[in-house]
Every structure is written in C-alpha cells, then in structure tokens.
Design a protein around this ligand. Sequence first.
Ligand SMILES: NC(=O)c1ccc[n+]([C@@H]2O[C@H](COP(=O)([O-])OP(=O)(O)OC[C@H]3O[C@@H](n4cnc5c(N)ncnc54)[C@H](O)[C@@H]3O)[C@@H](O)[C@H]2O)c1
Length: 336
Amino acid sequence: MANIGLIGAGSWGTALAYELSTNGHHIEIWSIAQDEVDMINQDHEQKIKLPGTILPESVHADTDLQTVCRDKDLLVLAVPSPFTRSTAQKMAPYIRYGQLIVSVAKGIEEDSLMTLSEQIREEIPHANVAVLCGPTHAEEVGKGIPTCIVAGAKDEQTAKYVQNIFMSEVFRVYTSPDIKGMELGAALKNVVALAAGVADGLGYGDNTKAALITRGIAEITRIGIAAGGQAATFQGLTGIGDLIVTCASMHSRNRRAGILIGQGKTPDEAMKEVQQVVEGVFSAKAAKKLAEKYEIEAPIIDEVCAVLFENKQPAEAVRDLMLRDRKVEANDLDWN
Ligand SMILES: NC(=O)c1ccc[n+]([C@@H]2O[C@H](COP(=O)([O-])OP(=O)(O)OC[C@H]3O[C@@H](n4cnc5c(N)ncnc54)[C@H](O)[C@@H]3O)[C@@H](O)[C@H]2O)c1
C-alpha cells in the first residue's frame, strides 16, 4: 500500500482517487476549491465533476498543499493543463529530492511549446517526473469499466513502480520510455477531436470521422517524431488509442465543443456551454506553432486554428481540407 497525494479534484483526479483507493492505497486529495474539499470529505463524492462515483470514507481532501504533499510515496498531478505550471510552482517548496510526481494531464504550453512534464521539471528540478496517459475517460474509470493506459518514465524502474501502483483487473498499465511521444500524442489528439466534433456538428457521417482519425494520426505522428517522439508510440494507446476514444465519445469535451461549433456556435459560446476547460483550444495554437517550428505540414491543425481564431466557417474549412493539393497517401509507399 502506498501513500498518495492527488493534486486536483476534477473529473480525472476523482476517478484516479477511486481507482487507486480500490487498489488499497491511502489517498489524500488537494483541491484549490473549499467547496470541492467539503464535498469530498462530507459526501465522499465529487458531485459536480464526477457524480455517481463514491469514494471510500478514508479518502480525505484538503486545500492545504503542504499537507497533501507531505510524506507521500508519490504525488499525482491532475489539474487541467492550463494550471499545471502554476500548481507545480506552488508545490515546489514541499517536494523532497527525488520525489516521484506522476503527471496525468494533457496539453502543451503555447509560448514555450513545453509538454507538461517539462513544465513540472522546470518548476521542480529536484523531482522525478513520470507520466500516465491513454484512452481513459473519467466517467468510465469511475465505474470500474476496463481500460488500458501507459506509464512513461525516463528509467524503467520508475515506470514499473507506477505500473504496479495503478494496475488492477480493470486498469491495465503498460510501460514506456517515450515520455515526449506520449505527451505529444495526448495533447495533439485534443485538436483533432475538435475537428471530429465539427464534422459531427455539420451533420457529416462515419466516413468523415474515419478519414479525420486516420489523417489526424498521420499529422500527429509527423509532428511528434520531428519533436522527438518515437514512431511506435503514435500507433499505441497514447496515440491512435486516445485519438479514437476522443473523436468518438460523448465524454470528450473537445468533441462536444467541436459539435457546437459545427452547429454554428462561436468558439467562445461553445466553451461556455461545455462548462469545462476545453484543452484542445489551448493546445491548437501550440500545435500550429510546433508544426511551423519543425516545418511539418499540418492541414487539420491549420484549419482548426482558422475556425477557432480567424472566424473561418467550418464548412469552408472542410472544403479546403478536401481540395488541398493531390497527394500520395504516405511518402514511404513504394510504386515498384
Ligand atoms: N476527464 C477525463 O476523462 C480525463 C482523462 C484523462 C486525462 N484527463 C486530463 O486530466 C486533466 C484534468 O482533467 P479533468 O477532467 O479532471 O478536468 P476538470 O475540468 O474536471 O478539472 C477541473 C478542476 O480543476 C481544478 N482547478 C480549477 N482551477 C484551478 C486552478 N487555478 N489551479 C488548480 N486547480 C484548479 C478544480 O479542482 C476543478 O474542479 C486534463 O489535462 C485532462 O486532459 C482527463
């Protein structure tokens, strides 16, 4: 049994608290919001973000970061990506040398183009930072529905430690050394999910969705490899796996925001209606900058940015995608 501090009491932090406590670990949760702390301590449920998932009474929540970081075998950082850096900054004084922090959020910082583990390492250089991601919607993990996920770390020992902590009969954990590829796949798929939602909102069908997923992973793979990820990662759970679930599921806030935009709402209206942080919107500009930095063609990301930030009509964006220059499907295909 491990002592675990869970930083962030949104949907994902709560689902992981459920999964980890079911595994027999002792969990303490930090939230920035007093009402969330009260809800967890009194009702043992995050009624707003993950209703229906009941946490054991042993799970305690606190707004005091020092209390939650102190004497823990590992910390899980689960706040939405726009708050990762600021939260890591606040945690830094309470982190001992070599403390393991598992980053479970998904995003890229727009100005620095840094992934989340890179931001955490910059704020807390003395920590050992690992990542955990894959096709894992909180709504399903909080009900014990089987899924698979990947633990990424620089060294195999840390990855295996994280694997052992999280692994259960409904939560199968693989290991990987490719933190960069995992984080890029996880962040960039949110941008493609917005496009998949727009296609749904426009009333397009399964063919369009399949085309977006397939061409989307090609785009993500090109950018990911150029930025330092390994090709196999983008064919795995944190690449194509996460992309499929986020483009197909109604649990995806990015897809839901895209649907509203496709139906004629402005991006601002869509984000307000979804009432959650739509990370794909934050990651879209970073994704475009990343593609430009490595001179990678990224037509889906370009069109998502044009719709989000330049008032381009979604139907026009789809038409421009369809009528791009004629191409061979993959550059390494052999005609002989
Ligand atoms: N929800 C999922 O199914 C899921 C699955 C896998 C990964 N993730 C990733 O996990 C991360 C968290 O997602 P989520 O679904 O829990 O988001 P969420 O929208 O449910 O999280 C909101 C929570 O963030 C916290 N918060 C709000 N403002 C804050 C601030 N200024 N500083 C610190 N914390 C603040 C509050 O506790 C709030 O409840 C995201 O990066 C997401 O991509 C989510």
